[in-house]
Design a protein around this ligand. Structure first.
Ligand code: NAD
Ligand code: ZN
Length: 360
């Protein structure tokens, strides 16, 4: 048995308003005046000077606004890399992602693909990246995914939805400024926050559980209960705590795995383009046989915040479409091993998954 030796985010700043320090943090990393910093920014902030005026551009530094309406694709990563190479003579000094999981994952992937040959799809999998990425910084503006701390960047490619899991994926620097999350719409706050809650449930109830994952997972779980159920936090406390819950939830799954909700939600995402946060909620709502306590609390949280999830998204699907989702879900073997155990395929049959999808 050999234990995994994981890299972590090397530097981290936490605090409301810490975005103001961005220039001081990145300037020492500038390679030369021609090697720009490239800022990949969620286009929800385009024209929002409260945020954009604090993005410190000098020399050839460039801001690229990107829509988070669709989750990142390998082809999108390749296009961004090409755009950056064509418009700058020198290799960039760094990539800075400002946004939610979608933008953070793009920033990680672009920083890897600027130093590695071929296409992003060639690196979907585990430990396929050969050359270290360029310096990359993550600045989350919505909390829950744990993408700010994780060793993966989830991409949809021509054949699969799978992360680039590598030692070069984690950010070199993260800035956690909870104030940046203040304008997240309520529903989205809930969906992305529940991603964190579901990470905890799947990690804490998985067969891979160990003291490392458990300690992070329990902390994140308690924070989620405080934020989404107890309801006696100020807005600011709630923002601060959800940002830390996301971090701890991400740390928890680093040394274990996610489970049934994520496996099935990947199927929805691949076929229907359902986004991660809401997709996890749609699936998790129907998983009481796997996570009875977790689902019970989830339903209470949903009620407390008046969230109504889409119903019947699989109602008019054809058999071949169910098959596509089932193939994607069943392909995620480590998730099932974690959720059910070594002999998971005696429990998780195609019929079982189809019956579950049909409820959604
Ligand atoms: P997101 O980045 O897709 O953003 C969701 C919505 O919130 C978008 O419309 C965005 O514009 C908006 N938004 C973000 N910040 C805002 C702000 N401050 N104010 C107003 N609106 C704001 O959401 P997400 O749930 O954080 O990320 C989902 C993505 O993360 C998926 O692509 C998923 O695959 C990925 N993910 C990655 C990991 C990982 O470890 N790498 C883990 C989980 C999920
Ligand atoms: Zn997730």
């Amino acid at each position: 048995m050999s234990y995994k030796n994981y890299p972590m985010v090397s530097r981290i700043v936490f605090g409301r308003g810490s975005l103001n320090q961005l220039s001081d943090i990145i300037e020492p990393k500038r390679l030369n005046t021609k090697a720009p910093f490239i800022f990949l920014v969620d286009d929800v902030f385009q024209g929002n000077s409260w945020l954009t005026s604090r993005i410190p551009t000098a020399y050839d530094d460039t801001i690229i606004f990107i829509s988070a309406n669709e989750e990142p694709k390998t082809s999108q990563v390749d296009e961004l890399v090409e755009q950056i190479i064509l418009s700058h003579k020198d290799r960039p000094s760094g990539i800075i992602g400002i946004g939610g999981g979608t933008i953070l994952d793009l920033a990680k992937a672009v920083s890897i693909m600027l130093t590695n040959e071929g296409e992003a799809k060639d690196y979907q999998g585990w430990d396929l990246v050969k050359t270290p990425a360029i310096y990359h910084v993550g600045i989350p503006t919505i909390s829950g995914t744990g993408a700010e701390v994780s060793r993966t960047t989830v991409l949809t490619g021509p054949e699969k939805k799978l992360g680039i899991n590598s030692d070069y994926t984690p950010f070199d620097q993260v800035i956690l400024d909870p104030e940046l999350t203040k304008d997240v719409p309520k529903d989205q706050w809930f969906y992305t926050g529940m991603d964190c809650y579901i990470h905890c449930i799947e990690s804490l109830n998985g067969t891979f559980l160990n003291a490392f994952s458990q300690t992070y997972g329990e902390k994140a779980y308690d924070l989620c209960k405080e934020i989404f159920l107890d309801n006696n936090l100020s807005e600011e406390e709630s923002q601060d705590k959800l940002m830390m819950a996301s971090w701890h939830g991400g740390m928890s799954i680093a040394y274990s795995q996610v489970g049934v909700a994520h496996a099935m939600s990947y199927g929805l995402s691949y076929l229907l383009g359902t986004k991660h946060g809401i997709g996890n909620c749609i699936v998790f709502d129907h998983l009481k046989e796997f996570y009875p306590e977790g689902v019970k609390l989830f339903k209470q949280m949903k009620k407390r915040h008046n969230i109504s999830l889409p119903q019947g998204i699989c109602a008019n699907l054809e058999d071949y479409q169910f098959d596509i989702m089932i193939d994607v879900a069943l392909g995620l073997v480590p998730l099932w091993e974690n959720a059910i155990g070594k002999h998971w395929n005696q429990v998780i049959t195609r019929e079982k998954l189809k019956a579950l999808y049909q409820k959604m």
